[in-house]
Design a protein around this ligand. Sequence first.
Ligand code: GTP
Ligand code: SPV
Ligand code: MN
Length: 647
Amino acid sequence: MTSSTNYVRTRATHPRSRPIGGRCAQAAASLASGCGRAAHQAALRGVAPSPQLAALTPKVRAFVEQSAALCGAARVHVCDGSEQEAAALLALLEHQGTLKRLPKYHNCWLARTDPADVARVESRTFVCSASERDVVPAARLGGRSALGNHIAPADYDAAIADRLPGCMKGRTMYVVPFAMGPLGSPLCKIGVELTDSPYVVYSMRVMTRMGSKVLEALRKDEDFVRCLHASGTRGLPGWPCDPPRTIILHRPADNEIVSYGSGYGGNSLLGKKCLALRLGSVLARREGWLAEHMLIVGITDPSGRKRYVAAAFPSACGKTNLAMMTPTLPGYKVECVGDDIAWMKFDDEGVLRAINPENGFFGVAPGTSESTNPIAMATIFRNSVFTNVAETEDGGVWWEGMGGAPSGLTDWRGQPWDAKKGTPAAHPNSRFCTPAEQCPIIDPAWQSPEGVPISAILLGGRRPAGVPLVVEARDWRHGVFLGASMRSEATAAAEHSGKVVMHDPFAMRPFFGYNFGDYLAHWLSLPRAGRKMPKVFHVNWFRKDQQGKFLWPGFGENSRVLDWILRRCDEEPCYQETPLGLVPSEGQLNTEGLNDINMKELFSTPKEFWLQEADAIEKYFTEEVGEDLPNEMWDELNRLRNNFSES
Ligand code: GTP
Ligand code: SPV
Ligand code: MN
């Protein structure tokens, strides 16, 4: 880019801040600096820093200089977030072959990744702390935990020293100052992501509030999360990556994230899962709030009363769809605050308030259509980047579930698509990246600094069998148990294969920044005098009949479930007790106008199934959590089992 400045190495302006990778990396950095490039030679002669660097606060500058030296970047560009800069990035990305213009739409772009870099890689995602138990529950100490991977400080430094030195050779390192949440909100957090990927820079500009304003805010308060992303030294020309050596590292104690080898989604857009959830959950626990994998939606009922709910569903299980729902029930209106992450805190009046820390949607493309999610369809065909979708002959996009496949499709790998081969045209985890403000039903309060008041928390997953459409928790503690015992079919959002039903407590399994037992204790500690606790519900849009067909039409029809939930928030006695919790009493779920719904099967709770489920939960709690599991969870499990044994 024309406005890039030549990077010149100077002595760290803030010697007290710990360089990424620690001493190991310091040594590696000095090795990298000895590689003979002109910039470093000049640096050794003590050339003055560029004006762009000089304008940074000392801490940001030290971070940039140390990281550029470590990675051997040829140039540094500090992003201002301007339109002009965005245009220059797009021109560069097009020139490099990373993005292709989609002439059918306004300012829309297609990216095809390296076929080995298509989703989050949970097995290569680590949280670093001196004590393993900060991260891994007691039962899995010294072994492999399903609830997050721990890495020791020395191994963390070694992983960095193994990968980062010289990895940006010949490349520009971009400095991306970004805010999660509206600047000025008490819940807002600032990060600075350094990356050699202009695709990441452009995406961060959509997904976060990015640019000079954030650097200005840092002048008042220098606190920020240090995020270093390096694409890696292999991969395709337009998509550098290094899949065999990909690693995603978090070090909560130092507010630090280091990601190497993947340019995709949550692996590389470090504000999202890495900052807002993994580091966010650590901060939230320390400061008494919640950082959750939840959508936030405003629902106005036919009487004109508006309530907000937050919902935790695992990746690719319906958050974006619920957040943008077009209700089929007359008189209902839905407005979107956020589709993936909620930061929530009780205010002085005891009301739980939520903000969406993001600024855009990184949504699953397949399945998005005029019939399933017309609001998304009205949002995404301007100013968007589509990654790994299929391309149409007329320069548009297509994916499975959009409607009939046009002829002449090019698949996500760039090959002519042949329906007969049985491979999908769009990758199952293909995504759109779109500014939230373009959503026609974006909530007027979506950027409110204090957040929106939350009346109910929904939990849910893909449960093909046994789990009813909706259950209300008897109380907060039972709600925490419903979250702790959540399971869902694996999806294409991460590297898991097949449709195996996995435990995914609170839809946070891939995103916990600390010990899951402590996480549960944190949730259990929230009720206090004067606090209005939201009601908790578990929903399942994905139950199937014997033929494998969904029993519930889902999407806009889910408004019928929201209607019941809101009536329960008003304490309407429209429920009956079951061994599982409270469900709609006969006739109280509005199914008017719906045909052929097998309500009996949709709400059945087979005793055999639930006794087995209780065994599976016990096994999970025992093998994955052990003595870190709060006793309340054992009490709830016993209650579940007793309720069914006696039923
Ligand atoms: P992440 O962005 O990965 O966190 O996913 P998400 O939770 O936002 O999931 P999303 O709303 O994108 O939905 C994922 C897939 O589930 C899409 O293919 C949807 O079409 C499908 N889906 C969403 N809601 C429903 C529903 O109510 N019923 C059915 N059958 N499918 C749904
Ligand atoms: C998820 O997997 O939950 C996502 C997509 O929202 S990613 O940003 O890649 O994590
Ligand atoms: Mn998600």
